[in-house]
Design a binder for this molecule. Structure first.
Ligand SMILES: Cc1ncc(COP(=O)(O)O)c(C=O)c1O
Length: 348
């Protein structure tokens, strides 16, 4: 049968080639042109589909993985979902070691996607045999024919974005991009895209978004790992309490930090202004654009691409819940709280 582009052989054929959408209203008072790379258009609703597929296919190419083998990772987040999805299609077992802090919803989601989930105590040190890092390492050692994805320390994480997201952004902007702004967690997204873009045009400015409570920005500036920078924060997937080797610090020009509170409000603002229902780190990245604009980073000729990594549906009990926002103290005034409450009217 002739290949019909409307019909796909399986869901994995839809990974990548996400749209770049112009931001209009939320950026109306900022200098320059703004475009968002909407990674929730991946079938697993996040950018992590790209690394799951790429790393697993690399292992296949190298003959490390055979059908029926096992893929192991330590995450309850987007990467876990993406690995589970790829494993279903390709016929691998998927083992995810997650922290007991993970919500029941997330664990159920992974279980639904066929993963074997090990829930490990959250409040033990990383080198404790019960920690999710150690459990994953032990399962990897004990399971013949297993691959440990280890996204924070796997350079294929960078390669995945170098070969996919980077060229997509270059082509979608017809080479006119001047600035890339992206959150940095493992650092794979920003490092891989930056490497590709700078090979095309070394003048493209690359700005990473970090969280208060994370060591990344300070490490970039001083090469010092400063434990004093570390404290708990709420945004998931952004910043870190360790230095990932999946971040190429030399290729990133600058880091900027954003707060939990402003990022949450900005994510809600993106939905209301652009009709894009995106995750918490998309709010963080957009918040970074506002701060960079204030600092005078952009001018009328700037063509800024911002990466929105995932979909808002994963944050219903967090930033899109008024009671959660209230519990965090993110509604500064009674007025703000009443205003959002008024958008729901109960007819009795
Ligand atoms: C929601 C979300 N945003 C942003 C990131 C950051 O992407 P990267 O790990 O490629 O730096 C992650 C990764 O963990 C994520 O899950």
């Amino acid at each position: 049968m002739k290949k019909n582009k409307q019909v796909f052989n399986n869901v994995l054929e839809l990974v990548g080639n996400t749209p770049l959408i112009k931001l209009n209203k939320i950026t109306s008072s900022l200098k320059g042109n703004y475009f968002a790379k909407i990674e929730s258009f991946n079938p697993g609703h996040s950018s992590k589909d790209r690394i799951a597929l790429y790393i697993i296919e690399e292992a296949e190419r190298k003959g490390i993985l055979k059908p029926g083998d096992t893929i192991i990772e330590t995450t309850s987040g987007n990467t876990g979902f993406s690995i589970a999805m790829v494993s279903v299609i390709k016929g691998y077992k998927c083992i995810l070691a997650v922290s007991s802090k993970s919500s029941a919803d997330k664990i159920d989601m992974l279980k639904t996607m066929g993963a074997q989930v090990y829930v490990c105590p959250a409040h033990v040190s990383a080198d404790d045999p019960r920690s999710y890092y150690e459990v994953a390492k032990r399962l990897h050692r004990e399971t013949e024919g297993s691959v440990y994805i280890n996204q924070y320390f796997n350079e294929l994480n960078i390669d995945a974005h170098y070969h996919t997201t980077g060229p997509e952004i270059w082509n979608q902007t017809e080479g006119k991009i001047t600035h890339l702004v992206a959150c940095s967690g493992t650092g794979g997204t920003i490092s891989g895209i930056a490497k590709y873009l700078k090979e095309q045009n070394k003048d493209v400015q690359v700005i990473g978004v970090d969280a208060y409570g994370s060591v990344i920005k300070k490490y970039h500036e001083t090469h010092e790992f400063d434990e004093k920078e570390i404290y708990p924060y709420r945004i998931e997937g952004l910043g870190k309490n360790l230095i990932p080797t999946a971040t190429d610090f030399d290729i990133i020009d600058q880091f900027i930090k954003v707060t939990d509170e402003e990022s949450a409000h900005t994510a809600r603002e993106i939905a209301k202004t652009e009709g894009l229902f995106v995750g918490y780190t998309s709010g963080a990245a957009m918040q970074a654009l506002k701060q960079l604009n204030e600092e005078g980073t952009f001018n009328e000729n700037s063509n800024v691409v911002v990466v929105f990594p995932d979909h808002g549906s994963r944050y219903m009990s967090k930033i899109y819940s008024d009671s959660w926002m209230n519990e965090q103290g993110f509604f500064d005034s009674q007025h703000e709280q009443e205003e959002t409450a008024q958008s729901i009217q109960y007819i009795k």
